[in-house]
Design a protein around this ligand. Sequence first.
Ligand code: SF4
Ligand code: SF4
Length: 194
Amino acid sequence: MQPDDPAIRWVREPELGLAGRMYLPAVFQGLTTTARHLMAPKKTVQFPEERPEFGNPLIYRGVHRLNRDEQDRVQCVACFLCATACPAHCIDIVGAESPWPDREKYPQSFTIDELRCIYCGMCEEACPVDAIELTSLFDLTGRSREEMMFDKEKLLSVYDQTKDTEPMRTRGGPQPPAPAAATPPAESRGRPAP
Ligand code: SF4
Ligand code: SF4
């Protein structure tokens, strides 16, 4: 693509006035957000006697699980997309030829270092078959680092533990809240879809 290609829409950096150059609008915006949170109602939960409630478990990113398919097999097809997307490099997969005729590969081993994970949810987003999901289990404890290395069996057991309260999204589980309709910024309007 050449710089004079008509498909390119060049965007000029907006000129800042004196207030903008002194960051005053940004500071005011930050203070408004702080004030809004100061005034918002607070809820204190006496954990562990009381457990917090999540209206929609999908807004929480807790312990991972590996989902099972309808035949109780691991749903994962060992495509490595989650491991590739993971910014903390805490997913380790060993793929092998699948013993089942409906897929090429399956994970011979699948390990997540739960202590290294930053619970960003990128693995869940990347998975093409919804095999990995983050649950609302948050009180994760272990007495050693080894205990916090979740292998395939442990990840499948998290699925068994949570499947009734948090069904898989693709099987009618709770859906994330619909994003608010956003007006695209002026400079992006009219840009051809990628
Ligand atoms: S939640 Fe984020 S950091 Fe944790 S395993 Fe998934 S992609 Fe990696
Ligand atoms: S969990 Fe999903 S993204 Fe990760 S290897 Fe398995 S199928 Fe691929």
